[in-house]
Ligand binder design. Structure first.
Ligand SMILES: Nc1ncnc2c1ncn2[C@@H]1O[C@H](COP(=O)(O)OP(=O)(O)OP(=O)(O)O)[C@@H](O)[C@H]1O
Length: 321
């Protein structure tokens, strides 16, 4: 659906994006993660044609964005919805009018507009607020209005720029669940820009980690959490501990299985192990136990054979938890 190769972007002398290669598949939720200034928003703006790029290729549904003329670009944007951290609602308009706004811009007739607006307001659970103005709404409700507005023309792509960063954790989770629901019900491809790994963990299928304009890590979210490589650890603020022993990171899908695993491990294996970190994590497709076990070096081969037998996903950490 979106193919990026060798993408370059400069602001004056500042190289903001460097040799970006990325493929985002239809219907997936993709996370673009990185610290402030990494180039995430710039990449998002290149994708919807708001910012021109200096080199490489960026194709959306096979169309090279840079080659589009003004009118074509306008038409192309019809197919892309966007939501922001600050909601960007029209303060003088009520919920209905805010959601109806894109339908007016695209000159849809009033019957279709009314039908679509009510459908979207229902989907985001704000029927009882349809006449309210933004100042009468909570942050979470405002973001729901913004989502309804972005989706009212039923675009195939939804771009979310730090959409949950201004919300408390509980409200943020409810917005992420709504995005997940919309992704499943409407099949929309979602790209989420965030500096929060917990957002990616809860909702994304795959992710790319940007640092100073370069992609330094990309792949399937669960696999990357399992590998726990240095760039990810750095972003999560985790430090290595240098101790003797082998550190093995394991991922056991489905909450109920992990108790069984530890029960059997204790009864079937006569080896000492230490759980350095671990807990239940909620990934997009369900919960899983993710943690790091420390094993004595002499037992590690036997332990890995055991993990393979039990079909537990694992990765050996270089040294540390
Ligand atoms: N219009 C612009 N003109 C000049 N420099 C810009 C412009 N927009 C962004 N930049 C610079 O490009 C770099 C990347 O910015 P960008 O907003 O893409 O990063 P980001 O990862 O989205 O960061 P944040 O999370 O803080 O928004 C920054 O150094 C920023 O100052």
């Amino acid at each position: 659906m979106i193919e990026v190769s060798g993408l370059e972007k400069k602001y004056g002398k500042l190289q903001v994006l460097e040799n970006i290669d990325l493929e985002i598949k239809k219907g997936e939720i993709f996370g673009l993660v990185g610290l402030s200034g990494a180039g995430k928003s710039t990449l998002l703006r290149c994708i919807n044609g708001l910012v021109p790029y200096d080199g490489g290729s960026l194709k959306v549904q096979g169309i090279e964005i840079q080659k589009l003329g003004k009118a074509q670009l306008r038409n192309f944007r019809k197919n892309i919805g966007m939501i922001f951290q600050n909601f960007s609602l029209l303060e003088r308009c009520n919920v209905y009018e805010n959601v109806a706004f894109p339908m007016k811009v695209w000159k849809k007739n009033s019957v279709e507009t009314d039908e679509q607006v009510r459908k979207m307001v229902r989907l985001v659970g704000l029927e009882d607020k349809i006449e309210s103005r933004p100042r009468q709404l909570s942050g979470g409700q405002k973001q729901r209005v913004a989502i309804a507005r972005a989706m009212v023309t039923e675009p195939e792509i939804l771009l979310c720029d730090e959409a949950t960063s201004a919300l408390d954790p509980k409200t943020a989770t409810s917005i992420l669940n709504l995005l997940k629901e919309i992704n499943q019900k409407m099949g929309v491809t979602i790209i989420i820009v965030t500096h929060q790994m917990e957002v990616v963990e809860q909702i994304c299928d795959r992710m790319a980690l940007l640092q100073a304009g370069k992609i330094i890590l990309k792949g399937e979210v669960k696999q990357l959490f399992l590998e726990n490589s240095e760039p990810l650890r750095e972003l999560l603020g985790r430090k290595l501990t240098f101790e003797p022993g082998v550190f093995i990171r394991i991922l056991i899908e489905n909450k109920s299985n992990y108790r069984k695993f530890f029960y059997e491990l204790s009864s079937e294996m006569k080896i000492a192990y230490e759980i350095c970190d671990g807990g239940i994590r909620n990934f997009k497709d369900g919960s899983a136990f993710l943690g790091t076990l420390k094993i004595e070096t002499k037992d590690s081969d036997e332990f890995m054979r055991y993990l393979k037998k039990k079909k537990v996903l694992f990765e050996v950490q270089e040294n540390g938890a």
